[in-house]
Each structure stands twice: as structure tokens, then as C-alpha cells.
Design a protein around this ligand. Structure first.
Ligand code: SF4
Length: 173
């Protein structure tokens, strides 16, 4: 049921790997630097695929995490790294998103990275075009909703994923 989602995630991983290699010189991401880890929203396909991948694992959860923080971040380590959401895979890279009018790309990046660059540095080949991949995710989410009857717009977040994971774990005991 999650084959297309997994294919997309692999494609994104390959893209992010090549962008890391291109931008490595200007990126200072390291363990313990995790301000980009937040309570992200998930579409139904991503929520269900991630729950399916982690449901049989023993994962630590930070049950005291703030509402806007990710509960899977424990001692500065992602507890679901291999299965982390798509948005987490581009952490630290220069990101291009389409503006509201759908006419121009807008650039964003972590202020800790790229401190010795100027605007000319950010050619499109060096950036992660987020909406290109989000469009593919959107289509896969539509297919998933047609199969399952789940409202494609029903968003959940990482706290809800942690709660579902914890309740599935309790059922297993
Ligand atoms: S899932 Fe992992 S990488 Fe994503 S925000 Fe949470 S701790 Fe960070």
C-alpha cells in the first residue's frame, strides 16, 4: 500500500544526498544542532506509512516535549531517523518554495549555514525544490485516499503520530 510513497522517499533521499555533497562546504549541521526539528504536519499517506514502519519497533518518545517540538527528538537524536518524514530529509539544505501566486521561487535556508555566501551562490541546481516533491506527494496522497476512503486533507502532526504509536505499543503488551 505504501510502495509509491517509499519510492518517492528514496528519490528524495538521493536528491538530498547529492545536494549535501554540493553544499557540504557551507553546511555546519551536526549532532545536537536540531532547531529545525519541530512538530511538523503530515498528510494521511505519510502518517500511515510512518506508523506502519515504526509500529513494531521499540522507540523512545519525549512525552514532555513542547507542543511545537518533535516528540521523537530524545537527547538530541531522532528516534525514527530511518523513517523520518520527508520534510526532515531536507534539513539544512537551501530550500526553494513557490510563492503564493505560483510565479516565483522563494529561497530559505538555516542562518547557521551558508554564512560565507552571497545571493549569487544559490543557483537552482544547488537547492531543494520542495514544491516539486510536494506535488508528487500530493498525488500519492490522493491515490491513498481513494483506496482507503480517508479524507486526503485530514492533517495530523508528529505528536499525534507519537500518541498512535504509543497506543499501538500498549495493545501489543
Ligand atoms: S522526526 Fe526526527 S528529524 Fe524529524 S523533526 Fe522529529 S526528531 Fe527531527
Amino acid at each position: 500500500m505504501f510502495t509509491d510513497f517509499e519510492k518517492l522517499r528514496k528519490k528524495i533521499d538521493l536528491k538530498c544526498k547529492s545536494l549535501h555533497a554540493i553544499n557540504e562546504k557551507y553546511m555546519v549541521c551536526k549532532k545536537g544542532c536540531d532547531e529545525c526539528c519541530m512538530n511538523f504536519n503530515l498528510l494521511p499517506i505519510e502518517f500511515n506509512a510512518t506508523l506502519d514502519a515504526i509500529k513494531l519497533l521499540d522507540i523512545k518518545i519525549n512525552s514532555n516535549s513542547a507542543p511545537n517540538a518533535c516528540p521523537f527528538l530524545v537527547d538530541h537524536e531522532c528516534q525514527i531517523y530511518e523513517h523520518r518524514p520527508i520534510i526532515c530529509r531536507s534539513h539544512g539544505l537551501p530550500i526553494l518554495t513557490m510563492d503564493e501566486e505560483g510565479e516565483n521561487w522563494e529561497l530559505s535556508f538555516c542562518p547557521l549555514n551558508f554564512t560565507n555566501t552571497d545571493e549569487d551562490y544559490f543557483e537552482a541546481e544547488k537547492c531543494y525544490e520542495q514544491d516539486v516533491f510536494n506535488s508528487e506527494l500530493y498525488m500519492i496522497n490522493q491515490d491513498h485516499s481513494s483506496l482507503t476512503g480517508i479524507d486526503p486533507h485530514e492533517m495530523s502532526d508528529l505528536h499525534q503520530l507519537a500518541e498512535r504509536y504509543s497506543s499501538e505499543r500498549l495493545k501489543r503488551k
